[in-house]
Design a protein around this ligand. Structure first.
Ligand SMILES: [Ca+2]
Length: 497
């Protein structure tokens, strides 16, 4: 529209020009017309008669004059316009920089407002638990609920490990209800599919025993609180928001496949700097010198796998790609309670009963059943059961408190990677370490601190004493003050990003 109006004005002026030529005016008016014509000449170049008429009359002196004028003009442009341009450009850059600074400071200020609104208890170590809701996960959670130095901000679940997706959140809520921790800890549902499905399926007979462990009449036969609700956040969303708005760096305890954590990091990499230490239950850190061969042999493996490769860690094998992403994300501190070392801690019922008696502990029938019935309820032999995930939880507490008398009697620093090559077949999912001597130029290695030696007596004493205390420190919050519920309210007040 604007261009069209301009054309109309221009056409009108051209018409006037021809009208003037055809109708000579009195001298005063001619003079006026000449001024008008000069002014018009800048607007209507194509119709300016003076230039056309004068072109053929510019002699040598005229051309020299024009050249001098042009040179002076160019020099003036350089002398005046360039510095002005530099100043303007500098001002523009300064404005952009100022805008970015303002935006960053507004964002920082908003995060502070949300943090103040949350009024987190920063005297205790904030912890996020990510779990696949196997029975040993319930042991670990029960233990941590009673550790006074830990503040469990939330529990997130994955359904691609040792429980079906349908039961993964439901059974955590049931446990919380059964131990009277109904309000203080939010439970958010996460991934139900591995990022790197291998085709290996956990035996349904075992999963069934785990899924119905709490309620089955042939197992613990408990009546659960069916009115407990999961968190309004999903697992990945809650991991991101918890890390973002916690005043202190948060430790993550991963008790299942790392799918949720890998997804959270992929979605918002800024959270990596807010992770204090990530503790993994499981992992395999076998020296490459101990493998008979690392030469791929395609004839040995069948993909997709109908079995877990021998010796590999379940939590890793179930989602090797998730572990690789987390390992290589830049998290400063990674600690593992390797699956091989967990096998030093047999869940021996005789030892368990003797220890309870020696410590003169009073465990509720539910608590005792919870920690002693796994073999019976899943048709396994007692020798197949170990203190898997609760040993990772205890290692976390030992390291958080720099305890010198903990059950883990030796820590070792290693560099590791996991074989992801589909051509690796039998080596797929195997965890390798010991590269410094044999393959010194291997890239992408991850620094881990691992526990290599344990004292089962110290372990059991700490575990049983803690769960018998029934302190439930992390449960002592009202529903409205629960971290995820309050976080949602604070974000509603101060805005989402
Ligand atoms: Ca687990």
């Amino acid at each position: 529209m604007e261009a069209s109006n301009r054309n109309t004005v221009r056409e009108t002026r051209i018409e006037n020009d021809f009208h003037d030529l055809n109708n000579p005016l009195p001298s005063m008016q001619q003079g006026h017309a000449g001024l008008f014509g000069q002014a018009r000449s800048f607007d209507v170049e194509d119709t300016q008669p003076s230039k056309r008429n004068n072109q053929g009359f510019c002699n040598k002196q005229c051309l020299i004059g024009l050249a001098i004028g042009l040179t002076i003009g160019v020099v003036l442009v350089i002398v005046i316009a360039v510095p002005v341009g530099v100043v303007l450009a500098s001002k523009a850059t300064g404005t952009q920089s100022s805008t970015v600074t303002t935006s960053t400071s507004q964002s920082t200020s908003r995060i502070k407002q949300v943090q103040n609104c949350l009024s987190q208890d920063i005297t205790r170590q904030p912890v996020l638990i990510d779990t696949d809701t196997d029975i040993d996960d319930l042991w670990a959670i029960l233990y941590l609920l009673n550790v006074p130095t830990v503040d469990i901000l939330a529990i997130t679940t994955s359904g691609d490990g040792y429980s079906t997706p349908f039961y993964s959140t439901s059974n955590i809520l049931s446990l919380l209800g059964l131990v009277n921790c109904t309000d203080g800890v939010g439970v958010a549902t996460g991934a139900s599919l591995s990022l790197s499905p291998t085709g290996w399926i956990i035996a349904s007979s075992i999963l069934k025993g785990i899924d119905t462990f709490l309620t089955s009449p042939t197992c613990l036969n408990q009546s659960t609180n069916i009115f407990l609700q999961p968190s309004p956040f999903d697992a990945v969303e809650l991991i991101i928001s918890t890390l973002k708005y916690s005043q202190r760096p948060v430790d993550i305890l991963c008790l299942g496949p790392m799918t949720n954590i890998a997804e959270a990091i992929s979605r918002d990499r800024s959270i990596v700097s807010k992770i204090g230490t990530l503790y993994l239950s499981g992992g395999q850190f076998k020296s490459i010198a101990d493998y008979p061969s690392l030469v791929p042999n395609p004839s040995l493996g069948v993909y997709p796998y109908s079995y877990k490769t021998s010796g590999s860690s379940s939590n890793v094998f179930l989602d090797v790609l998730a572990v690789q992403r987390v390992d290589d994300s830049g998290i400063k501190n990674l600690v593992a309670m390797p699956s091989g070392v967990q096998k030093q801690l047999t869940a021996n019922l005789t030892q368990l009963n003797n220890k309870i008696r020696a410590l003169n502990l009073q465990l509720s029938p539910f608590t005792y059943g919870l920690i002693s019935s796994l073999a019976k309820c899943t048709n396994q032999t007692e020798g197949d059961i170990f203190w898997w995930d609760n040993s990772a939880a205890q290692l976390m507490v030992q390291m958080q408190n720099n305890a010198t008398n903990g059950f883990c009697t030796n820590l070792q620093k290693v560099q590791s990677l996991y074989v992801l090559s589909a051509d690796g077949n039998h080596l797929y999912g195997q965890g390798l370490s010991g590269f410094d001597q044999l393959r010194p130029n291997t890239q992408g290695l991850t620094n881990y601190t691992i526990c290599t030696q344990t004292n089962s007596d110290l372990f059991l004493t700490e575990f049983l004493t803690t769960i018998a205390s029934n302190r439930l420190d992390s449960c002592a919050k009202t529903y409205q003050n629960r971290f995820d519920i309050k976080l949602q309210a604070c974000l509603n007040t101060y805005g989402y990003e």
